[in-house]
Write a protein of this length. Structure first.
Length: 119
């Protein structure tokens, strides 16, 4: 499966962005879909994940209550709504398919989209 993430950009602290990740090559309606991020000089970290039908989600403590992951299986797409953004949310955001919370469990990755939050 190929993943294409988009929606990143430059936003002021306190603002919002919505990331999208469209899958192609196969249907992903049976797969867990997740978002990870990597800031400069830091390791890639888990952000959020959603199960196959969207009724179970999990978030990193750092984004809980501010970010919402969702999916539209008809569109083969996963979303990440990011509100109340902070400068520490600045990172390249990656979508991934096929796992739950550990990065090594995911077998497909998107190319990443840059999110920059100015303070």
């Amino acid at each position: 499966v190929q993943l294409q993430a988009c929606g990143g950009g430059l936003v002021q602290a306190g603002g919002s962005l919505r990331l999208s990740c469209a899958a192609s090559g196969r249907r992903v309606s049976d797969l867990g879909l997740g978002w990870f991020r990597q800031a400069p000089g830091k390791e890639r970290e888990f952000v959020a994940v959603i199960n196959w039908n969207g009724d179970v989600t999990s978030y990193a403590d750092s984004v809980l209550g501010r970010f919402t992951i969702s999916r539209d299986n008809a569109k083969n797409t996963v979303y990440l709504q990011m509100n109340s953004l902070k400068s520490e949310d600045t990172a390249v955001y990656y979508c991934a398919a096929g796992g739950w919370s550990a990065a090594e469990d995911f077998h497909s990755w998107g190319q990443g989209t840059q999110v920059t939050v100015s303070s």
